[in-house]
Design a binder for this molecule. Structure first.
Ligand SMILES: [Zn+2]
Length: 458
């Protein structure tokens, strides 16, 4: 009995010293926030998200590849759970203790906090007695543009992207696009003047853009013939050994996707004779996800449309939905769909691109096309819901491997639920497929026309 008590006391000590929580104050002198820190093997860790927020940095967590990114100004840091190694500004740094994933949140140790602050001209100080982490701006560390009132003109260099400019100046990408009234970020001309607003002024309403300095000629007028939509990729999801979802009566998603894509290919070729329509597969064979966008990028395609059919655990789920790429899913359902569509990576051991420079490049790609992708998704939604008797589940976002490297507007369509016996039956009907194909063709053509009309008004 005595022994048992003694043992449980020991057990209590061991457990509390390995894993315990404590309330800690984070302050940057203007804002204070109390958060829970975690102690793991005597190392104190705080949530990366709250750390980012108190120093006005950005933290993104990708649950699929289990990778966190911390960004502020030019500083970029990649983090992984259970790893002491981090990559800070392309340099490998080994921490005293690893980052940890606790209840789905990434926690970072103090030495990471000190190193990162150093890179962004800040200083972090920990007061053990007060249990307080204080963040100071270094006197030399005036953030870019913080002392300018109006903003200035940036001359675009060869090969420079808006994404890069936005990161360099710490200005939101969409603000740069809207302030400069850029319709398509792909068609920027070296030497073009880009207006960079003051960091605090980020909307058109708040600022009247001064006219271009007289010595510049400004961007060349983009022409529809030159910059219009000339190539479209249709990507029937899955194929070959990868069946995708399977319906109650055995319908395979790969077959439904291919059937619709081939019909849409034919329809678009007929209605858009001057546009090249490309299929990522035209038969029942397997194409790795990375090769699908690689083809589109190589061919310098203007639109990427991935065609899929849905599945859910519940056989009553029904409807049509369109997705665009985002690091964060719009809801739990969207996250599940992305997980299902991405599963092929693990199942067939597709080569995952975890090279971090590649990761940055693919971020650039979709960030710049997000508003066009949403536009395209809207056209598709509008057409499909007006032409077909199918529930509209809306436009959603999630992390899809097949979209992540596309350097063009890209959407993924889930045409209906094979897990729903009624919809499975409907998707085999010729009338349904014909209507769906017509609606998709109408939407793509309407998007193309509206996009090209904007070009002529430039
Ligand atoms: Zn699919």
């Amino acid at each position: 009995m005595k022994n048992a008590k003694y043992l449980s006391f020991i057990f209590f000590i061991v457990v509390t010293s390995v894993f315990s929580s404590e309330k800690i104050l984070l302050t940057n002198q203007e804002n204070n926030s109390y958060i829970w820190s975690e102690y793991i093997e005597e190392q104190e860790l705080i949530p990366a998200k709250e750390f980012a927020s108190i120093i006005s940095a950005k933290f993104e967590w990708n649950p699929i590849i289990q990778e966190g990114i911390l960004k502020k100004y030019k500083a970029l840091c990649f983090l992984w759970p259970n790893k002491e190694k981090i990559i800070l500004d392309k340099e490998e740094i080994v921490l005293q203790s690893p980052c940890q994933l606790i209840s789905g949140k990434l926690f970072v140790p103090f030495d990471l906090i000190f190193s990162f602050c150093e890179r962004v001209d800040m200083r972090a100080e920990f007061s053990k007695e007060k249990n307080k982490l204080i963040f100071y701006k270094k006197s030399s560390g005036i953030p870019p543009l913080a002392n300018t009132k109006q903003g200035f003109w940036h001359v675009l260099k060869e090969g420079e992207t808006l994404y890069r400019i936005s990161k360099n100046y710490g200005i939101d990408l969409s603000s740069i696009i809207s302030l400069n009234r850029i319709i398509d970020p792909r068609f920027l001309v070296p030497g073009q003047m880009i207006y960079i607003p003051d960091i605090g002024i980020q909307t058109e309403k708040e600022l009247e853009i001064p006219s271009l300095p007289p010595e510049t000629t400004g961007p060349k007028k983009p022409l529809v013939e030159k910059y219009g939509i000339k190539k479209i990729v249709l990507d029937p999801g899955h194929g070959g050994k990868d069946s995708g979802a399977i319906g109650k009566s055995g319908t395979k998603e790969k077959d439904v996707n291919l059937d619709i894509a081939i019909k849409l290919h034919k329809e678009l070729k007929k209605r858009l004779p001057n546009t090249e329509i490309i299929l990522t597969r035209d038969d029942d064979y397997y194409v790795p996800l990375v090769e699908r966008t690689a083809l589109a990028n190589f061919k310098k395609v203007d639109l990427f449309i991935s065609i899929h059919a849905n599945a859910a655990f519940s056989n009553s789920a029904s409807g049509f939905e369109v997705f665009h790429l985002s690091a964060v899913a719009s809801d739990k359902h969207a996250e599940n769909i992305a997980e299902f569509e991405n599963a092929v990576i693990k199942k067939f051991k597709e080569k995952e691109i975890i090279d971090y420079t590649q990761k940055i490049l693919s971020d650039i790609a979709q960030d710049e096309f997000i508003s066009q992708s949403i536009d395209l998704a809207l056209f598709i939604q509008r057409q499909v819901t007006s032409k077909l008797d199918i529930k509209n589940r809306g436009i959603k976002s999630a992390f899809f491997w097949v979209l992540r490297d596309a350097k063009m507007p890209a959407v993924l369509i889930e045409t209906g639920f094979l897990s729903n016996p009624d919809e499975e039956a409907k998707m085999k009907e010729l009338a349904f497929k014909t209507n769906l194909v017509n609606a998709l063709a109408n939407a793509i053509i309407a998007y193309k026309e509206s996009y090209e009309e904007k070009l002529t008004k430039e």
